[in-house]
Write a new protein. Sequence first.
Length: 263
Amino acid sequence: MSKFSNFLGIDVSKEYFDAVVILNSDKNNTIHNQFTNDSKGLKELTNWLKSYQSNAENTLACMEHTGLYGKIITQHLLAKEFTVWVEMSLKIIRSLSVQRGKNDKVDAHRIAYYAMKNQEEAQFYQSTRKIVDKIRKLLTLRDHLVKTKALLIKNTNELKEFEPELAKLSQKYSKSTIQGIEKYLKNIEKELDKVIEDDEKLSNLFEKATSVVGIGKVTALLLICFTNEFTMYENPRQLACYCGVVPFEYSSGNNKLYERKVA
């Protein structure tokens, strides 16, 4: 029997988040509120939950992966010793089949209902180490710089075919920017190498990941970050399913379709 009687669903946006709590495992007995996505709003959330006797012992909190916007909420709930489940939005959508209507309150209720319905399969969130957060931020910055460089080069190359003179002007003014980006990219690579070298656990994981044919430095580090150092999955099959590289058969009559499933 589950220890949870209440289920908190949170729908996150940049400035606000909606919270719905299913009380006493009764999907028709719910409460809703909206809070600002900052320290003030989180304090109000805690007090609001407390007023309905919803606490860390009896409440399972569930939210979708939202990256930066949801991080402060997750950290706050963990600090208050709540059990937190951070789930992929696609899994929630598929689990609840056809749904009519959509707004932040409805989405928060769906997340709460998903948590209640699938509580036995919940994967409780574990905080990542600061060093892993640092790698993730460096990789995000690297990705932005690579895309910016590619965009500048593409723009100049396209102009060469139709506006040669304008292409020369574009190349002239983007040259220093591209050189600066290349310099920053090299510095990021050095910083990543240093972070890996200085942490024994991270170094071992990185070595094992890159020993797989086709797995390079960036892919290995992304896997380490998004799997919380390979702690989120019990076996390789689950990881492969999460990455969307496992084909699943969908058949009806004489028609067969193999689709890669995104977990």
